[in-house]
Design a protein around this ligand. Structure first.
Ligand SMILES: *[C@@H]1O[C@H](CO)[C@@H](O)[C@H](O)[C@H]1NC(C)=O
Ligand SMILES: *[C@@H]1O[C@H](CO)[C@@H](O)[C@H](O)[C@H]1NC(C)=O
Length: 346
């Protein structure tokens, strides 16, 4: 009799632990899907599961199942310091023609599905890096090679999205960035969005990929322009805006097909909202621009001057709220999320 009842009890406990584990994984799964509390889900699964497993053996030995409950409170990790201790300042960049994607993947083992977060502290901002792309695999590889360690040294929770324009119609950088914003928000409620050209590699990790109280322009200088601001008011290359700032200007215009103008249009939008563009110091906001010829399908946009005169009239109806596209695929690769879209034609 006694043997049987203790056997039953044990069976019950084992069942209980199994159920607990099951509900935990369901919980983690749901929060991954909803995309909102991934941070806490991860913390939960990391901090909790080993505890529950230990409890598993103890449970059977003595105490009732209820003792597992207090352990369900995840240990909160402290916020990362204001200035990351991992920063190195100016770093030497290299662009080895023999570099392979597998090599870069091997160097970034802690990045999964394009996403990373510090394991020892809670990042101060969650940042989506959005890179418009077509036919620039080599540039993308160089960028990934430098950007992943760069962002990790900044102790950010981040993900890299490559927005791939399908087909060979005229390129539209601005619209791809609108798509990137909308698609990234389906995964997580990112605090900050970095709109990033594929051919610009940051040289100094004090150039922080976080958002400020005002829209931020990160490219003061690049080697191609002798490290001087391209022109007064330049707002292209790499910019950082919070979700709130980006929504306030209704995102980018969707109507700039071909090269040029869309970044000036975004500056117009920012100024119309009485926001002020901020920039890091020139000795920090430095980039190397990897050499390339103008891509076919990205010829200079001859309408850009005309379009720029219309910003104040059309910004309310041309932007995030009118961005129509068709997502063809979302591939979650080790180092980036490849969102391939049909954005239509001019
Ligand atoms: C900038 O540096 C990159 C990488 O070394 C090089 O490919 C490019 O030609 C340089 N550009 C200029 C204008 O010096
Ligand atoms: C993204 O996915 C599309 C569709 O599978 C593919 O054609 C393209 O080469 C991919 N781009 C990158 C940069 O991985």
């Amino acid at each position: 009799m006694g043997f049987c009842s203790s056997g039953c009890k044990m069976l019950c406990r084992v069942k209980y632990v199994f159920l607990l584990l099951l509900s935990l994984s369901v919980l983690a799964w749901i929060s991954m899907l909803s995309g909102d509390s991934v941070k806490s889900a991860l913390a939960l699964s990391v901090a909790m599961l080993p505890l529950v497993k230990e409890e598993d053996t103890q449970n059977v030995a003595n105490s009732g199942p209820s003792t597992a409950v207090p352990l369900m409170i995840p240990t909160p990790r402290a916020e990362c310091p204001k200035e990351s201790p991992l920063l190195q300042g100016a770093v030497k960049l290299n662009f080895e023609p023999s570099l392979q994607l597998e090599e870069v993947e091997g160097e970034n083992k802690r990045v999964a599905q394009g996403r990373y977060q510090p394991w020892d502290c809670t990042a101060r901002q969650s940042v989506a890096i959005l890179i418009p792309h077509r036919n620039r695999e080599r540039h993308l590889l160089y960028l990934l090679h430098h950007l992943h360690p760069f962002l990790q040294r900044q102790q950010l929770h981040y993900a890299v999205y490559v927005i791939q324009q399908a087909g060979d119609g005229t390129f539209n950088r601005a619209k791809l960035l609108n798509v990137g914003y909308l698609e990234a928000l389906k995964d997580y409620s990112w605090d900050c969005f970095i709109f990033h050209d594929v051919d610009l590699v940051p040289e100094n990790d004090h150039n922080l990929y976080v958002c400020d109280s005002q829209p931020k322009h990160l490219v003061v200088g690049r080697n191609a322009t002798g490290y001087k601001l391209h022109y007064k008011g330049y707002f292209g290359g790499v910019t950082a805006m919070s979700g709130k700032q980006f929504r306030k200007v209704n995102g980018f215009a969707n109507t700039y097909w071909g090269w040029g103008g869309e970044d000036d249009d975004l500056r117009n939008r920012v100024e119309l909202q009485k926001m002020q563009i901020v920039r890091p110091p020139a000795d920090i906001a430095r980039y190397t621009m990897v050499f390339h010829k103008r891509d076919s399908g990205n010829e200079i946009n001859k309408d850009r001057i005309k379009l720029l005169r219309q910003t104040s009239r059309v910004w309310k109806r041309d932007g995030l709220n009118s961005c129509k596209y068709q997502t063809l695929s979302v591939e979650r690769l080790p180092l980036y999320i490849n969102v391939t879209v049909d954005i239509g034609k001019p």
